[in-house]
Write a protein that binds this ligand. Structure first.
Ligand code: PMP
Length: 325
């Protein structure tokens, strides 16, 4: 689709040069904006999904695209957002956006209500869809003011006071902006106290997940565990790690765990699109195991990298190549 025309007489594009797919048009990155009083900004009604784009032997490819888009449709259903685009249209928008943005490593698809509204329930509930493909380091982090907090191995605080992931409010399976408010408050406080990341506990006090990651732990018998699906976002990396572990003969089970029991684990790691498999080396200031990434964590991190970069024929079907679409 054609790039939206710049209004005559306006300055030439001096921005980052990326294009965002906005309701069927590729527009310059800087023009993909919403009004400050829009419903989604004021009420948190935006839903989104975030996936990775990889340079593979078959060219640029999106990791588990179908699963990510299916999850976006679940988020729309769980929040009542009247998203009218269907899976094939969303898929075509993703391919068009990746093709228009060479070198992109991440892709975010957002669905939101741009209308300026008065009530919590929007009078005009038309949903806009935006697809952005970019390089988070070059296009975002390096251009922002301030320092970006990043560590390859994490010191994690388990948040026990501010309970999250309550099934009686917006369920954890919805990737909606509003669901990040409570984790943001807790994680910001933990950062000020010197931690890199937090783990959220559910309404019954069990460890659930991180604000943008799922959690796994390894017991003394080298078996893998992760909290069950009912109180966590259905992470695509979580699902992939479970499938890879089973494929490789590593025992995996879904179990509830209290913070004290997690602290006794041999290894702990987080999973998510941004970081893949990320080692946790301390919990509440105490070392996990030897205080260094454990063998199973390192093995799965490497395994996941191989698969996402298209170097494992058994899992080549997890990558959707963009060329030839
Ligand atoms: N939990 C939450 C709440 C998240 O926001 C994310 C990031 N999408 C994850 C888990 C990890 O999911 P994924 O592996 O699909 O990135």
């Amino acid at each position: 689709m054609a790039e939206a025309e710049r209004p005559s007489g306006s300055a030439p594009e001096t921005g980052i040069g990326r294009k965002i797919w906005l309701d069927g048009q590729l527009v310059p990155w800087e023009q993909a904006t919403v009004h400050v009083l829009s419903h989604s900004l004021q009420r948190g009604s935006l839903i989104f999904d975030y996936m990775s784009v990889h340079e593979t032997p078959r060219g640029p490819a999106v990791f588990r695209l179908r699963e990510h888009l299916e999850r976006l449709l679940v988020s729309a259903e769980l929040t009542g957002l009247p998203l009218t685009l269907e899976l094939p249209e969303l898929e075509a928008a993703v391919f068009e956006t990746v093709a228009a943005n060479p070198g992109a490593t991440s892709l975010k698809i957002s669905a939101y209500i741009p209308s300026v509204e008065v009530d919590v329930v929007p009078q005009d509930d038309a949903v806009s869809v935006a697809v952005a493909a970019y390089d988070p380091i070059e296009d975002v982090i390096k251009r922002n003011r301030g320092r970006y907090h990043w560590r390859p191995e994490l010191s994690v605080w388990i948040e026990k006071e501010r309970r999250n992931r309550r099934p009686d409010i917006v369920p954890a399976q919805a990737k909606t902006a509003a669901n990040y408010a409570s984790p943001m408050v807790a994680k910001w406080a933990a950062r000020k106290a010197g931690y890199d990341e937090i783990l959220l506990t559910d309404v019954d006090g069990y460890v659930a997940e991180g604000p943008t990651t799922n959690v796994f732990w390894v017991d003394a018998d080298s078996a893998l565990h992760t909290p069950p699906e009912d109180r966590v976002l259905h992470g695509i990396t979580r699902r992939s790690v479970i499938e890879l572990a089973k494929h490789d003969g590593i025992p995996v089970s879904e179990d509830r765990v209290l913070p004290d029991a997690l602290m006794a684990a041999a290894e702990v790691f987080l999973t998510g699109t941004t970081g893949g498999v990320i080692p946790v080396i301390a919990l509440d200031g105490e070392p996990v195991g030897e205080g260094v990434p454990g063998p199973l964590t390192r093995r799965l991190a490497e395994r996941f990298r191989e698969v996402t970069s298209g170097h494992d024929a058994d899992f080549a079907h997890w990558l959707a190549p963009v060329e030839g679409r």
